[in-house]
Design a protein around this ligand. Structure first.
Ligand SMILES: Cc1ncc(COP(=O)(O)O)c(C=O)c1O
Ligand SMILES: [Mg+2]
Length: 279
């Protein structure tokens, strides 16, 4: 986080603390916490229309990744597969600039910019939880001029090594959640974030989680009845929610709000919390 962003955060925190103190007089029970809305976004097929990990494959010779590398992709995770893809690209003379230029082509999903521009960021925190990687996400946010909007980005750390190869690690190692990949449990990240913010004096009166894939089911389960779960229309998460309920009795408690573009999300937030929309 740069100095400007840190200062802005501190400034927001100080505003929140004063609001908390004012509340103390009228409503002693709510005293220490500053109420905000949290919107947690998946990245691939959510903030952006494509899957960045698939988009980069076009840089391989003939746009084809060898079968033995593709075969490393599993439901338990794809960081090994992606690390091998990056090794393969490097062996085939793909340079860091080629990868970054390829990511510069990636556009935000329709209506996402309008959604972000209409949220009152004094009242809303937005975060990203993604099983892509930090280099792709950073670059795409930067080229779209939206990097500073996000309070935090949780994803697999990546960097270009001294030879120019993109190197990738898992975000964490976990084996408690069988719904998630081994390297990244979005549900745990969401819960840890909310707990950390609570300790900072920020309480979320509404949490919205926006995603498309099966790896977004675990954070959806963590939401409560007052929250909003946004599975993307026509993507795998919609059917997975039904399947997990009928086959495993795992029921999402939050209100389900299907979405197709960012404008659908904006409409729903407007309806539930007009106070966090810019006037
Ligand atoms: C290779 C690969 N990368 C990324 C993702 C998902 O990333 P995100 O969590 O940003 O949707 C998937 C989902 O299946 C995938 O297969
Ligand atoms: Mg996704």
């Amino acid at each position: 986080m740069n100095n400007e962003a840190l200062n802005r955060l501190r400034w927001r925190r100080s505003i929140c603390s004063s609001v908390g103190l004012l509340r103390l007089k009228a409503h002693p029970i709510q005293m220490s916490a500053c109420d905000k809305v949290l919107l947690a976004f998946d990245f691939d097929h959510t903030i952006i229309e494509v899957n960045s990990d698939y988009h980069v494959r076009k840089l391989a010779p003939g746009g084809v990744i060898p079968h033995e590398i593709v075969a490393l992709h599993s439901d338990e995770g794809w960081t090994k597969c992606m690390a091998e893809i990056f090794r393969y690209l490097h062996e085939n003379s793909v340079k860091p600039k080629d990868i970054l230029d390829c990511m510069s082509e990636v556009e935000f999903t329709s209506g996402m910019v309008e959604l972000f521009e209409n949220l009152n960021m004094e009242k809303v925190d937005i975060i990203i939880i993604s099983d892509a990687n930090s280099v792709f996400i950073d670059h795409i946010l930067e080229t779209n001029g939206r990097k500073n909007l996000f309070h935090s980005v949780f994803t697999n750390p990546a960097f270009f090594d001294e030879n120019g190869r993109l190197s990738l690690e898992g975000y964490h190692v976990q084996d408690h959640c069988t719904l998630s990949t081994k390297n990244l449990c979005k549900g745990q990240i969401l819960e840890d974030f909310i707990t950390a913010r609570r300790l900072d004096g920020i309480k979320y009166s509404l949490v919205g989680y926006i995603g498309d894939g099966m790896n977004d089911f675990c954070p959806g389960l963590k939401l409560s009845e007052v929250d909003l779960f946004f599975p993307r229309q026509g993507f795998s998460l919609v059917k997975y929610i039904q399947k997990m309920e009928t086959e495993q009795g795992l029921k999402v408690r939050a209100e389900l709000c299907l979405w197709n573009t960012g404008l659908d999300i904006l409409e729903k937030i407007k309806e539930k919390r007009p106070d966090v929309i810019k006037s």
